[in-house]
Structures are given as structure tokens and as C-alpha cells.
Design a protein around this ligand. Structure first.
Ligand code: PSV
Ligand code: MN
Ligand code: MN
Length: 392
């Protein structure tokens, strides 16, 4: 379905201002619990992760911020880190808290039955808000690995009370323009009951907290066959869709490249985002990647992921809204479905290549990266350091 000249210009406008945030941890070594395969040239510290992130933005033009994970990205001076990012042409985005890698958190962090452990976990979250003040970040992302492995292990209801108490303390510490992104995940590492297992639980806590608390949808955190675009439509309608952690999955929380496993699902999600106003110029939805590149090169993996999100977005924007509304009003099931499929089946790669050239970028960022010599340079420069990331 060919869009009119006007709507084509609108589509290009949205694509030109698209903003996809990269995760600092995608650039470090990562793996499974079986093996971390180290790669040459990976960053040795947060400064180098920011440099790699800037390289992805330089080539794609739509990845102007990088999310940090604390303490993986701990430095003495966060203002200096933010200045370093600015010097390289990007900014620091969301601050991710980490209350899942300390021996004290075996039975939970903010929901732990021991008040001393809860205090320690909540203090870390408050420290993350200090980091946000120094970096100028808007969003604090909270993901809790908290949960139980066995029926009876702890009181499910009391754990919700403890969670609400900690969230409320952190919420009270937010500045006027800062937000909590509350992320849910069905299971892992807890295998019986997770304390924030689904969007409904996250949404209910956000409603209790107030307007500055919004839900983060990590596309890898649902049961198989969950209709994620329904969740997106619902949360956008309620004004509580705060962010995405994009990645793709075949089985569990695989953290593979977004759009690799199911590009049709990504298109359906982006259609609901567009339909609900999530791509408007004043959108407050943060579009982030949360991925690990265990076997593929990391910078190239991030570039490919950014391009996959762009392609799904372009296709979603090409859905002929008038034709769809008319078919829906007439109850014409097949015509309505055909409008969606026409957009999904459009090859948007030439459109995006043209957009990049308009922006003064190479039409093919993957080829430009391969030809840039960047990898050869960092492989040479970053010899012998302690490599940062999940494997550290
Ligand atoms: C948990 O699985 C998660 O999705 C959270 O966002 C964490 O902060 C992140 O992964 C770490 O990679
Ligand atoms: Mn995530
Ligand atoms: Mn995850």
C-alpha cells in the first residue's frame, strides 16, 4: 500500500527523530552460565563502553544515548562520565539499578525478610538517583530478581508490602522530572513466584506510587505466546507505558537481537506504539535495547539491532490508517488484516537507506562499520585490560 506524498514525509519525519537507547552492558563480554566467550577489543571500563556506543550512533544517527548499569558502570565522577559522553556526541540515558548480584540478596533485595538487607537494597536505589542527578538522567530502571523458589518459603503478601514500602521511599526521592521505570519478568532467577512477575503487578504498583512511576516492557520477559502488543496498547492508553527493553527470545529471557526471532511481533508492537501516540514528537516512551551479544560481534550486533527497530517502525508507520479504520468500521475482517500485512510485507530498506543518506550517513551502517577500521583500532588499543561487563 503506497502512502501519499504527505504521509511519506510524515513517516520520514518520525524515522528521522527516532531515538533508540543502547545498553552499556551489550558492549562487554557476556555469556550463559555455561561459558563466557571473550572477544578481542571489548571495552575495559565504562569510558570505553561509551565510546563504542558513540560509534553506533555515529553510524546509525538514531542512538544518541547509552544506559548505564550500576555498579557495573561505577566511576568516581559521573559528571565527568557524562561530559565524556557529550564530547563523543551522545548522552547518558537511563540508570539501571542492580540489586541482584550480592550474597545478601539470596532471599531477595527490597522484599527480603531481613530489614537490614532491605535497607541496603533501598539505599542502592537511592544512590542510583544520586547518579541520575550527576548525569542528568530522567529515568531510574528498577528490575528485581526477588522471588521464591518453593511454596511456603516466604509470605507472598508480605513481600508485596515490603516492595511497596521500598518503591515509595525511592519515589519520594525523585526530582520533579525524574521517573521510575518498573520492569517485570515472569521468572528467573526465582522459579516459583517472582515478586514483580507481570505488567499487571508493575502497573498496580505504579498507580499506587503516582504519575512518575511507569512500566518498562522487556520483550523477553513474558510467557510464550503472550500478546505483548495488547499490553503495549493497554499501558499506552492508561498513560503508563514508560519504556521498552527490546530484545528477542526463542525460549526464555534469551536477550538475542531485537527483531531476530520474530520480526512480525516487533512490527505488531510498533504498530500499537504508533497507534497510541508513542512515536509523537513529545513521546515519553523510552526505546531501549537490553541485549547480550554472546557469540556475535558486539558493535555490529548493536547496529543490526538498531536497524531492525527502524525497519519495524517504518513498516508500522506505513499502515494505511484510513483504509484500516474503514475496513474495521465495515467489519471487513480480511480487508483489515490485508492492510496490516501490506505494510508488514513492504521492503522498507530503500526508504531507510535514503533517509540515512539525507542525514549525511552511509546508506549501509553495517558495511560502513566494517570499512571504518574501528574494530581493528580498538583490538589493538585494548589489549591486556580487565574486560568489563556481565563476565567481569
Ligand atoms: C533482567 O533479566 C534484565 O532484563 C533487567 O533489565 C536487568 O537489569 C538486565 O536484564 C540486565 O541485563
Ligand atoms: Mn531488561
Ligand atoms: Mn531480561
Amino acid at each position: 500500500m503506497a502512502p501519499s506524498t504527505d504521509s511519506r514525509a510524515d513517516v520520514l519525519d518520525v524515522l528521522r527523530r527516532q531515538h533508540i537507547e543502547l545498553p552499556s552492558w551489550a558492549f562487554g563480554n557476556s555469556g550463559t552460565r555455561f561459558k563466557v566467550f571473550a572477544q578481542p577489543g571489548v571495552p575495559r571500563d565504562p569510558w570505553e563502553k561509551i565510546a563504542d556506543s558513540a560509534e553506533v550512533h555515529r553510524l546509525t544517527g538514531v542512538a544518541p544515548t547509552v544506559a548505564l548499569h550500576i555498579p557495573w558502570d561505577r566511576v568516581d565522577d559521573y559528571s565527568a562520565l557524562a561530559a565524556h559522553a557529550r564530547d563523543l556526541g551522545i548522552g547518558i540515558g537511563t540508570i539501571n539499578s542492580n540489586v541482584f548480584q550480592d550474597d545478601d540478596y539470596k532471599l531477595g533485595s527490597v522484599t527480603n525478610p531481613d530489614p537490614k538487607v532491605r535497607r541496603k537494597a533501598t539505599d542502592h536505589l537511592l544512590d542510583c538517583v544520586d547518579v541520575m542527578d550527576a548525569t542528568g538522567s530522567r529515568d531510574l530502571k528498577l528490575w528485581f530478581s526477588d522471588g521464591t523458589n518453593y511454596p511456603g518459603q516466604d509470605d507472598l503478601r508480605a513481600r508485596q508490602d515490603r516492595l511497596a514500602e521500598a518503591l515509595s521511599e525511592v519515589y519520594g526521592r525523585l526530582g520533579p522530572d525524574q521517573r521510575i521505570l518498573l520492569e517485570y519478568k515472569l521468572f528467573e532467577p526465582a522459579f516459583y513466584a517472582t515478586d514483580v512477575p507481570d505488567w499487571g503487578t508493575a502497573f498496580a504498583h505504579c498507580l499506587e506510587l503516582g504519575e512518575k512511576a511507569v512500566v518498562c516492557v522487556d520483550t523477553g520477559h513474558h510467557a510464550a505466546h503472550t500478546n505483548i502488543e495488547f499490553i503495549v496498547a493497554f499501558l499506552l492508553r492508561a498513560g503508563r507505558l514508560g519504556a521498552f527493553d527490546f530484545n528477542s527470545r526463542f525460549y526464555a529471557d534469551d536477550d538475542l537481537m531485537v527483531g531476530a526471532a520474530d520480526p512480525f511481533q516487533l512490527f505488531r508492537i510498533m504498530y500499537e506504539v504508533a497507534r497510541g501516540g508513542g512515536l509523537a514528537a513529545d513521546t515519553e516512551v523510552a526505546f531501549m535495547l537490553d541485549q547480550c551479544h554472546n557469540i556475535e560481534p558486539k558493535i555490529a550486533g548493536q547496529i543490526r539491532s538498531v536497524m531492525n527497530v527502524q525497519e519495524a517502525t517504518a513498516k508500522a508507520l506505513l499502515v494505511d490508517a484510513d483504509a484500516l479504520a474503514a475496513a474495521q468500521a465495515e467489519g471487513d475482517v480480511l480487508a483489515a488484516n490485508a492492510v496490516m500485512m501490506d505494510a508488514f510485507n513492504t521492503d522498507v530498506r530503500p526508504l531507510l537507506a535514503g533517509l540515512r543518506e539525507d542525514l549525511g550517513l552511509a546508506a549501509d551502517p553495517m558495511a560502513a562499520h566494517a570499512a571504518s577500521g574501528y574494530m581493528e583500532r580498538v583490538i589493538d588499543e585494548r589489549k591486556g585490560g580487565t574486560q568489563a561487563g556481565w563476565g567481569a
